[in-house]
Design a binder for this molecule. Sequence first.
Ligand code: ARG
Ligand code: ZN
Length: 419
Amino acid sequence: DAFAEIDSEQYEGRANFRDVPANLTGAHLYRVQLKNNEHKRVFLDLIKTEQIDVWMQSRGKKAKAVFMVLAANVEKVNMRFYEADITLKRLSDNVQKLVDEENPSENVTKLSNSKTGYALTWKAYHKASVIHDFLDNYATNYKDLCTVEKIGNTVEGRPIKIIKISSGGDKKRPAFFIDGGIHAREWISPATVTYIIRELVENRTAYSFADEVDFYIVPLMNVDGYEHSRTRDRLWRKNRAPGALCKGVDLNRNFGYKWGGKGSSSSVCRGNHRGPSAFSEPESQAIRDFILKFDIGTFKAYLTVHSFGQYIMYPWGYDYMTPPDGTELQRVGDLAAAAVKKLTNTSYKVGSSAKLLYAAAGGSDDWAKAVAEIPYAYTLELRDKGDYGFILPAKFIKPTGLETMAMVQVVAEEMLKAE
Ligand code: ARG
Ligand code: ZN
């Protein structure tokens, strides 16, 4: 039926039809529940006519969406929902205000008054070079524990860096790979992944699994896109691949397993543009080449960190199916969600990503599971559920870091038990 379309197609990535940043002054943010097919039809029509910009969507009986409406369309869009008898919850009446208030303390963070020796903090969102300097600082000051390597360069020539955290020696340990910042605008992701790095280094003794696992962590994969979202266009998602009409490839549609399938666009202006071929982008290539340098079986867990919506998701993402060990992935995901609930009272939903959100092929999680054969492969969608969406105020970095560390702990412990 025609309404299955909203259930099967992905709209989250559609933010950038042109390379012109949207004027967010007076833009509204809404949450909606689409309770029936009529609701879905109205919603779909507004997407297709480019009157709303979907930030998050989920499937199922209680299909939900968070979307933005630019000031010029607010009246029309409200009228359309009103006519269709659909109740909207308005989350913001000025998205620009959210942006202006998101990151207040950044300006006061100076290396000269930092006690840590690095400028990075978890009170603000920082630029890429500050994140990279933090990694380099660890490589210098924790020589026995940390190694930092450049695993590639971005389209615009910035380094992509990885930190290895391992107590060393010849002991062969299961390896755990984590990446953040695939999507430029999801700032809580690199902030949270650096929080995890800090825990594993500076608070290491609190984690009994830390000495049993080798961690390989890329806190910021899409360095160019991140910088672009900081300086030019807060809602930019893709990398910065060149293009005459529109720039950028969605790196999470560019990985080489079932590449080109559902939920990935061949149109260069779409937010979910898959690129000209699988692994066409240096950023996704860098991850692929790094992981495949190791023997298959080295990596036991893979975590890719996104926002938002509060989901713990496992493959498959390319279609509405689960792998043979789906029940084990669900079990460990449930344990992680329970640990978070206990710790910060935040609710995360657990399930396969296509079934929970939408089918989207070419994701890094599917590739990690199917090609790199990493058994415990998860995509996390961190806070929140849309109150702020991508523009999560910096004061939420610490609690989000805390609860994400609890998820890392559960996955690490369960993967060790399975050895
Ligand atoms: N929000 C993420 C995205 O759109 C979800 C990815 C889940 N994984 C997948 N292979 N579809 O990229
Ligand atoms: Zn994402």
